[in-house]
Write a protein that binds this ligand. Structure first.
Ligand code: BG6
Length: 486
């Protein structure tokens, strides 16, 4: 087993024997990501030699063991990368059982856990994954406390981690009344993406970039996660949440911390999380005048959406970090639904040389997007450096050129894990490096308070566009890296 709190080598030893309890086992997340992800881990030989997975839900939605196994088979067949067949599937399926749990009737779950532990033998670890809606968080945590199931166990908590500072504090208090922070894994699946982890490697394993990774050389940073899909029938969730809470606080601020952090003293959970926390501490409170909120046309007509809804489906904002490395360098963050493409891109714009002595090629060869480092973390991910190069010929003319590193072309990605798979494995290994800490999340809500109290009005934008025009004005004189020119 990897030492507690250390980054694990995913090809190294498997985690301790485990009983994994999946709350919300019949829900969307379990069906789309968790059950297929667990099976992929099993197939890749990354689960422990002996494990059991118990589905759980309130009694009114309870399944029999047979029904749960069928549910898992259907989920893996529909959403998994590995087919639900063969001896490996057989073995996985045999590990599945079900135990319902309600705050005042949790015996079926307790019995299922005890029976799974007997089947494994010894003292397996318990891991609880809370794939439940926010309204159910507190009652599940409390039942884990009262039933004593929580003893010695770890818990994976799904976002949203609150909706503002008071709710985040109260959620943390509830969690800490049962689990101390060392056993809490607040999951952000973005941080399980290979290319996000690779930001650490890129920055801290190479002498090439770190010396220029600061305000002396970088003029601005963009973190851009446009989505092509709309709310896809998730009105009930989305109406009360909006893009700022769903994407910016949860995912994009976390990415920003990886891009902006100081070198950690070691590649260990505590050191990494301390550096992330310092980035959040240095964030200036968000200025509503530097935020563009948008709503795609047709959103108010979606089933379940208030016809006068003020919920944003798009946000672009400027963040300032008051620290020695980044003072004066704007970080522009953008995300939205129903946009022109679905991408995940971090772009660092470098400062121009002090003197420009080269004549430029015709404008069609130069679109002002040179002098950039682009980290594209669509799985499997790419990194590109865009720069100016001389156009062959007798005269000294420049045009933009590109150097590309592509994960798919450079490495065998057979062992690559999707975000959720990687993070569930890390939680089993007790490695909190890629999980959000309670103080960090509370600080983010604190910095967000001016915006939450005084949000600018939502501006309409057409489906398939790049959001309201105001988002282009926000970033001027720079330009969003996306959409990429053909
Ligand atoms: C989820 C959000 O956390 O992330 C969704 O709730 C969003 O609204 C999704 O679509 C995006 O994740 P990915 O990995 O598909 O970019």
């Amino acid at each position: 087993m990897a030492a507690q709190g250390e980054r694990a080598d995913t090809h190294g030893p498997a985690p301790d024997e485990h009983v994994i309890v999946l709350f919300g086992a019949t829900g969307d997340l379990a069906r789309r990501k968790l059950l297929p992800g667990l099976f992929h881990l099993a197939k890749a030989g990354l689960l422990p030699a002996r494990y059991r997975i118990i589905g759980s839900a309130p009694a009114q939605a309870a399944l029999t063991e047979e029904e749960f196994r069928r549910h898992a088979r259907e989920a893996v067949s529909t959403f998994g990368r590995s087919k639900a067949q063969g001896p490996q599937w057989q073995r996985f399926e045999e590990s599945l059982s079900f135990g319902s749990a309600d705050p005042d009737a949790y015996e079926p779950l307790v019995e299922a856990v005890e029976s799974a532990e007997r089947a494994i033998g010894g003292s397996p670890r318990r891991l609880f994954h809370l794939a439940v809606p926010p309204a159910a968080f507190a009652s599940v945590i409390e039942l884990l406390g009262t039933s004593k199931l929580a003893e010695g166990g770890r818990v994976i908590v799904e976002k949203p981690f609150g909706t503002d500072l008071p709710s985040a504090r109260s959620l943390n208090e509830t969690i800490h009344s049962v689990f101390d922070e060392s056993r809490v894994f607040r999951i952000d699946h973005f941080l399980g993406k290979e290319s996000v982890d690779n930001i650490l490697a890129l920055r801290f394993a190479n002498g090439l970039l770190e010396p220029v990774w600061n305000r002396d050389h970088i003029s601005h940073v963009q973190i851009d996660v446009p989505e092509h899909l709309s709310i896809e029938g998730r009105a009930a969730f989305f109406e009360g949440t909006g893009t700022f809470r769903d994407m910016i606080v949860t995912h994009l601020f976390q990415l920003m911390a990886f891009v902006a952090m100081e070198p950690p003293t070691a590649l260990r959970a505590q050191a990494l999380r301390d550096e992330k926390e310092k980035v959040f501490q240095s964030m200036r409170p968000l200025d509503p005048a530097q935020v563009v909120r948008g709503q795609y046309q047709g959103y108010r007509q979606e089933a379940g959406v208030d016809p006068e809804s003020d919920t944003e489906t798009f946000v672009a904002l400027r963040v300032e970090l008051d620290n020695w490395r980044w003072a004066g360098v704007p970080f522009y963050l953008r995300s939205g639904k129903a946009l022109g493409a679905g991408r995940h891109v971090v772009t660092l714009g470098f400062r121009e040389p002090v003197l420009r002595m080269f004549p430029m090629a015709a404008p069609e060869h130069v679109d002002n997007r040179t002098n950039e480092l682009v980290i594209d973390f669509d799985d499997p991910g790419r990194i590109l450096a865009r720069f100016l190069a001389k156009v062959p010929g007798p005269s000294m003319r420049l045009a933009q050129a590109e150097m590309v590193f592509s994960y798919a072309e450079s490495f065998n990605s057979m062992h690559a894990l999707l975000g959720y798979e990687r993070l569930i494995l890390d939680a089993m290994l007790g490695d909190q490096s890629l999980f959000t800490r309670s103080d960090g999340i509370e600080r983010l809500w604190e910095a967000a308070t001016p915006l939450l109290q005084d949000p600018p009005p939502v501006l309409p934008y057409p489906v398939g566009s790049w959001g309201p025009q105001a988002a282009q004005e926000l970033i001027a004189p720079y330009r969003w890296f996306l959409p990429e020119a053909d």
